[in-house]
Design a protein around this ligand. Structure first.
Ligand code: CP
Length: 294
C-alpha cells in the first residue's frame, strides 16, 4: 500500500490484514523516519492519535496547520507536500476541507494518508470503526448496522456503509430525510434501535451546511438516541460515535459512557489502526527503495 486515500481501493483481504495487524503487538521500529501532520481543519482525535501512533513507532513528527504555514500566502498543497518531501519527511498525513484533495498529489513520491477530506472520506476512521465492531462480534457477516444522523454531509457514513456491506453486514440509515443521500429512505429511530446490533450516531456537520439547510429544534427526541430508545436495544447491541459528540443533540449525555457504549474504545482503537497504516505505507516505501537498488 503506497498511500491511503480511501478504503475503496483496498481489497477485503487488505482491509482485514490491517485490522489484524492493528490488534497485534509487534511493530517495526521506524526511528529514522519523520511524519508530517498537516491539519487544515480542526481535529482532536485524529491528530492526537496519529501523533501518538508515530511516537509509538519511534518516529519523529512535524505539525503543520493552515494559519502558521505558507498555504496562507497562496502556496498550493502540492508545493507544500513537495517541500516536506524535499526536507526529508517520510509520510504526510493530511486533513482538509477540500473533497479529494489527494487528486492533486499524484506526483509526489512519499505516502499520503487521508485524515479526512471534507464530506468525502476518512479511511482511518472507517478502519477504527471496523476494528471496534470486529473485536465485539468477531465478524461482520449479517450484522445489522444503523447509522444515524447527518448522513449526507458525513465523510464517514457512506464510506462505512460501503465497506461494511462488502464485508457482509446490512446497513440502515436513520435521521431526517433532508440529510439522506439521494434515493435513500431512512428508517425511524424507533425501528432502528430495535433492529441494530450496532447503533452508530453521527454528529450534525453544521460547518458543511448552507443557509437552506433545515433546522430540527427537537432533534434528539425526533431522531436521536434517547435513554428510552436505548432500552429497546438487544442485550448485545453496542453504541458507537466517531466523535466529537454533541451531548444532548444526537444522543443523550447519559449514554456516552453507558455500559454498551464503545465510544472511548473507538478512540483507543484509533491509535492502533493508525500505527498499522503507518507501518504498512512505510514498509511499502522501504520495499520500493530496495527494488530500485537491486
Ligand atoms: N472522529 C474524528 O475525526 O474526530 P476529530 O475531528 O476530533 O479528529
Amino acid at each position: 500500500m503506497k498511500s491511503l486515500t480511501s478504503l475503496q481501493h483496498l481489497s477485503d483481504q487488505a482491509i482485514l490484514s490491517i485490522l489484524e495487524q492493528a490488534d497485534g503487538t509487534e511493530f517495526p521500529d521506524f526511528a529514522n523516519r519523520m511524519a508530517a501532520n498537516v491539519f487544515l481543519e480542526p481535529s482532536t482525535r485524529t491528530r492526537c492519535s496519529f501523533e501518538m501512533a508515530e511516537m509509538n513507532l519511534g518516529m519523529r513528527s512535524l505539525s503543520i496547520d493552515e494559519a502558521g504555514s505558507s498555504l496562507q500566502k497562496g502556496e498550493t498543497l502540492y508545493d507544500t507536500v513537495k517541500t516536506l518531501e524535499a526536507i526529508g519527511v517520510s509520510a504526510v498525513i493530511i486533513r482538509s476541507k477540500e473533497k479529494a484533495f489527494y487528486n492533486e498529489l499524484q506526483d509526489v513520491h512519499i505516502p499520503i494518508i487521508n485524515a479526512g477530506d471534507g464530506s468525502g472520506d476518512h479511511p482511518t476512521q472507517s478502519l477504527l470503526d471496523l476494528l471496534t465492531i470486529k473485536q465485539e462480534f468477531g465478524s461482520f457477516r449479517s450484522l445489522q448496522i444503523v447509522i444515524s444522523g447527518d448522513i449526507r454531509h458525513s465523510r464517514i457514513a457512506s464510506a462505512n456503509a460501503s465497506v461494511l456491506k462488502r464485508l457482509g453486514a446490512e446497513v440502515w440509515f436513520s435521521g431526517p430525510q433532508e440529510w439522506m443521500p439521494d434515493g435513500i429512505t431512512p428508517i425511524s429511530a424507533d425501528e432502528g434501535c430495535r433492529q441494530a446490533d450496532v447503533w452508530m450516531s453521527l454528529r450534525t456537520q453544521l460547518e458543511r451546511h448552507d443557509a437552506m439547510e433545515p433546522v430540527f429544534p427537537n432533534y434528539l427526541e425526533q431522531f436521536g438516541l434517547t435513554p428510552e430508545r436505548a432500552e429497546r436495544f438487544k442485550p448485545h447491541t453496542i453504541l458507537m460515535h466517531p466523535g466529537p459528540v454533541n451531548r444532548g443533540v444526537e444522543l443523550h449525555t447519559s449514554l456516552v459512557e453507558a455500559p454498551f457504549s464503545r465510544i472511548f474504545k473507538q478512540m483507543a482503537n484509533g491509535v492502533k489502526v493508525r500505527q498499522a497504516v503507518l507501518a504498512e505505507v512505510l514498509k511499502t516505501k522501504e520495499e520500493k527503495r530496495y527494488e530500485k537498488a537491486v
